[in-house]
Design a protein around this ligand. Sequence first.
Ligand code: PEP
Ligand code: MN
Length: 337
Amino acid sequence: MVIALKPYVSDQDIKRVEGKVRQKGLTPHTVRGEEITIIGCIGNTVMIDPKFFEVDPSVDRVVHVQEPYKLANRAFHPEETVVDVSGVQVGGDHLALIAGPCSIESYEQVLEIAGACKASGANLLRGGAFKPRSSPYAFQGLGLEGLNILCAVRDEIGIPIVSELLSTEFIDVFNEKVDLIQVGARNMQNFDLLKQLGHVERPILLKRGLSATYEEWVMSAEYIMDSGNPNVILCERGIRTFENYTRNTLDLQSVPVIKRKTHLPIVVDPSHAGGKWWLVEPMAKAAVASGADGLMIEVHNHPETAWCDGAQSLTPENYSDLMKQLIKIAEILGKSI
Ligand code: PEP
Ligand code: MN
């Protein structure tokens, strides 16, 4: 953190600000120019709010040169984190292949999709039981009944499950039944939910908020980690831009940026990004090529009659074709499926 003082401040002013720096457990390093004086703060400034210094009448500006997140920060944890999802490793040399329907409709539907996806190489099964819909009149998900269907399919074919938790209400049920708990884009800044997820044993899949910056997203991961759960996987799912031809704009730059700034695994969801099934294949390939630790892809056995997000769902056949191509890209990157 660097504090720039206003021009021509007195010695007394400088001493007062230096005193405030020491009060926060930091060591001031003062450089006096002809007009401007700058105080560098040596020490850990992650937890310090710049406003503590900004309110001083002699302070012009405070610049944070260190990121405001600590636990997720690569600088303090250089090796990549590998998150264990009931035996499936996410991060490092492994590719997490999450596939399944947007929403759970019936046991037969999920069983058919899950069997086909697993045969093509998927190692995690997704399915929404509680759906965060933009319209209150749209299908809201089968709720606990849907979750039980997903669990039954997991037990039947042996594949860990991923499902979205909407509120703290069902947190214990999810902790008991769901292998990887998803926090959706709309809940990325539900700080109460994030804090509560710090107390669960299950790993968390944290999707990027609709218009969240990298820092806001990582700060949300920090909430979960600071509350006691270090097992966070980030998920890029596209962001809002001025473009409205696609549902969202897939920001693949987030993959190398997140990898550089944090040690957490990051997976990409090309389905919710583009909103169109034919965009999924090229964007999934690009995501793996960019270094993503995995993919979340919506697959439906009858996309044309799907209760939710049919337009962006791949058929099991298309998913199988994509997986064959992805294996080759993964090999080049030294990742195994
Ligand atoms: C989902 O994965 O089902 C979903 C609703 O995605 P998002 O939160 O990214 O919109
Ligand atoms: Mn969906």
